[in-house]
Design a protein around this ligand. Structure first.
Ligand SMILES: [Zn+2]
Length: 190
C-alpha cells in the first residue's frame, strides 16, 4: 500500500511554476497585501498577476455491473500497479457527472449511468478534490482501456483495500461498501 503522492511533486502546488503567465517575469513567494496570505506574485513592477494554487477537481464513478464493480490497475504513476475505480480530472466547462461518465468510457469501455453522490474527498495538502458517484453500467463489456493495464470485477465484500491507489480511493470505496450494504452513506466527519 502507498499513501498519496507527495504534494510538492504536483505542479499545481507551485514547485514547477516559476514565471508570470501574463508577462513572463519571475514569480516570487511573498505575502500578498490584499489578504496577508503567502502567494506566488509577479516581480515586475506594475504587473499585479498572482498565481493562485487552486485545487484540481477530479470526478469518479463506482459503477455496478452484475452486482460487482469495476477496478482498474493503473498503468502510470502516481499509484502505478495499484487499483482504482474510473475517474480523472474535470475539464473546465464540463459537467462533473459527465466527466465521471467520460472517464468510465475511456478507461473501462463502458457506458455508465451516473447516480447518487457518494462523497467529496479531500485531504490536508493533497492537491486534488475528488467527487465520486455511484453508477450503473448500461452498455458495453468492461475491459481495461486507456491508462489501465488490467481490470477486475469485485463485490462489495471483496474490495482489496491494501492494493487501492490513494487515500481518496480507499475513502470512496468504504462509502460505496456502506451504500451497497445499507443504501445510505454517512459521510466523512472532520
Ligand atoms: Zn507579470
Amino acid at each position: 500500500m502507498i499513501g498519496n503522492p507527495p504534494p510538492e511533486a504536483h505542479p499545481n502546488l507551485g514547485g514547477a511554476v516559476r514565471h508570470c503567465v501574463v508577462c513572463g517575469a519571475p514569480l516570487e513567494r511573498r505575502v500578498w497585501a490584499f489578504d496577508g496570505t503567502e502567494q506566488l506574485c509577479c516581480t515586475r513592477p506594475g504587473c499585479t498577476y498572482v498565481h493562485f494554487l487552486d485545487p484540481k477537481v477530479a470526478a469518479g464513478v463506482i459503477p455496478t455491473f452484475g452486482g460487482k464493480t469495476i477496478l482498474l490497475q493503473r498503468a502510470h504513476n502516481p499509484g502505478k500497479g495499484l487499483w482504482t475505480f474510473p475517474g480523472g480530472y474535470v475539464n473546465q466547462g464540463e459537467v462533473v457527472q459527465k466527466a465521471a461518465a467520460r472517464e468510465a468510457l475511456e478507461e473501462a469501455a463502458v457506458e455508465v449511468r451516473v447516480g447518487a453522490l457518494l462523497g467529496v474527498y479531500s485531504f490536508d495538502r493533497f492537491p486534488t478534490i475528488l467527487i465520486v458517484f455511484a453508477g450503473e453500467v448500461v452498455s458495453g463489456e468492461p475491459r481495461a482501456a486507456a491508462e489501465s493495464t488490467a481490470l477486475r470485477l469485485v463485490g462489495a465484500e471483496e474490495i482489496p483495500f491494501g492494493d487501492l491507489a490513494f487515500d481518496t480511493t480507499r475513502a470512496a470505496m468504504r462509502d460505496w461498501q456502506e451504500w451497497m450494504r445499507t443504501g445510505r452513506v454517512s459521510g466523512t466527519a472532520l
